[in-house]
Design a protein around this ligand. Structure first.
Ligand code: ZN
Ligand code: ZN
Ligand code: ZN
Length: 162
């Protein structure tokens, strides 16, 4: 039986074909890295270094062009968390809108919220601004649950020494 990754690659291949692009071995290697790191938010350089492990002869420009093509075809989304680095994020299949991000200001971890949760907000915007929403980017900046625990412990420790 084909793995879900192979099936996904097959679908991406079709998407490229429908726009008259080929899934060349280099492009496929790039797509595989993105699929293998689906939860991560890799920069072009990160993707390049990972593709290079399997394709030592590949150049950064090739990887970069592939990422731009995948962005154009809406297979990936280009995002920026305010650190000036463009990151590439695979779009979830079948999701009408882009997922949300929780960026931890303590450890830098990025968590994803797949549920849209914006139904009511979108209704108000569409009605009051007569604006048809196609998509959105939402990034929350705060302290993640991992650091939150640490923070509380630190506080407790300090209290104990006071
Ligand atoms: Zn994401
Ligand atoms: Zn939405
Ligand atoms: Zn954190």
């Amino acid at each position: 039986m084909e793995s879900s990754m192979e099936k996904r690659i097959e679908r991406i291949k079709k998407q490229l074909h429908s726009q008259s692009y080929k899934l060349t071995p280099q492009r496929e290697a790039t797509v595989r890295v993105l699929l293998e790191h689906e939860e991560d938010h890799l920069s072009a350089e990160d993707v390049y270094l990972l593709v290079k492990e399997k394709y030592p002869e590949i150049g950064l420009a090739t990887v970069y062009r592939t990422l731009e093509l995948l962005t154009e075809l809406k297979i990936v989304d280009k995002i920026n968390f305010g650190d000036g680095v463009a990151r590439y994020d695979l779009r979830k299949e079948g999701a009408a809108h882009f997922h949300h991000h929780l960026v931890c200001m303590e450890c830098g971890a990025v968590d994803e919220v797949q549920e849209d949760l914006l139904g009511e907000v979108e209704k108000i915007i569409e009605k009051d601004w007569n604006f048809k929403i196609k998509d959105h980017r939402l990034t929350f900046h705060g302290v993640c649950h991992r650091c939150h625990g640490k923070e509380a412990k630190e506080k407790y420790k300090n209290l104990a020494f006071e």
